[in-house]
Design a protein around this ligand. Sequence first.
Ligand code: ADP
Length: 482
Amino acid sequence: MSDDLPVIPHIIDGEEVESLEPAYFEDINPYTREPRARVALGTQRDAERAIDSARRAFDTGPWPRMGYAARATVLHRLADLMESKAEELGMADTLDMGKPIALTTHHDVPRSARNFRFFADHAALSTGDQLPMDTGHHGYSLFEPAGVVAAISPWNFPLMLETWKVAPALAWGNTVVLKPAEDTPASAHLLGRLAFEAGMPPGVLNVVQGFGPNAPGEALTRSPKVDRITFTGESGTGRIIAAAAAKNLVPVSLELGGKGANIVFDDADMSTAVEWSAKAIFTNSGQVCLAGSRIYAHVSVFDEFVERLVATAEAMRFGDPTHPDTELGPLASKEHYAKVMSYFDVLVEEGGTLHTGGPGDGWAVRPSVVTNVPLTGRMCREEIFGPIAVVVPFTTEEEVVGHANDTRYGLNAILFTENLSRAHRVSARLRAGTVWVNCFFVRDLRAPFGGVGDSGVGREGGNFSREFFTEPKAVVMAIDRG
Ligand code: ADP
């Protein structure tokens, strides 16, 4: 490994530090396929060091004690700094995982800053319940910080998902150990530095770099000194983390995989349906847990829909993710590219039709549209996490609700219809954490966010984040009735 590469260290107790036994791994730029940095290879001992730092900051430091308003001031300052460094933060994710700069800088970074602003204000404005009792007692609720939060995040929306976890945890007075995905270490490191610049005390936000199994990720899930674990990633990893957390009875919030159904009814506005369906599966090269990857199009509009989706796919600007006009970059890593490419073999085995797409240059996959695959086959059932839209015809509403719900996942669903009653009726029947009607990816941070079945455990967002990142307490007082 070249010594000339910049180094991404851990951030523990307010210091940028090497691993206890200094060692590094390469951070690869998936577009150039060259290493772009050397990253501190954390071990379980480094994670324990970070947990101890967070523990001290929680047990004896000012952060949990300084009050919501003072914390909100620091968190807003951090959001200001993030906005002023949007280019640098956006470029960090773009170089780490190949997402186009237009998306990182103009979508992910502003949303990440908004995560801090929203939860800072939400915590500061939040009130508990008053419970006047007719028994001569008065009750009320308190929402006290939970303690040390372990946040383990994935590589597909690095900064955005890190801040979705870190912001509510900090706003509610917890201290945090963040472990970003090994493929995307850079933006988490920048975030940790900006937190100090914003005035966050040492130990409040620690960032430990490295891998999951037998590494910092696993250590965070096994530690009895951790009070909450919030994780986004694969369903299989979620199972392992839930099992580890169960040993210490640590509450977990798990946002896992998906295979989102996207239903295009015959009365849909076709331009809206095509535009949003393309965004729902091709944005970020389909590396989105919320991707609308199973498209069910009514048989009477099927051919038109497929034709227009293909035309939209072929018009997408594909290439260098650092170029401001690029809409689709490479996949995030060589391993992930190999996984997504293996589905083209599955497609052949299942006798499917590829209308457009297939491999691009390097580790890129072109936006692909597939039909003629069996409903019970792997193309329709497995999370591909790539830009491959599977389109299947249906005839009746009853039938398509059955198809949509016939999955082990249940993160989200999308439907396109101009019929108001159908929109409400079908939304209510879909087994999913979020349903979008005639749109996609619109998020109100107050809304519950999470999944059903293999898509997750628990919800975050607004008061749901408060429930998870605090210890809600009931206080009941006897009143002397005189
Ligand atoms: P993805 O395919 O999105 O990387 P993973 O579930 O493999 O999904 O990884 C998401 C995050 O979980 C990464 O930060 C990874 O290092 C971490 N991770 C993977 N395995 C474990 C584990 N056994 N314990 C804790 N963290 C893990």
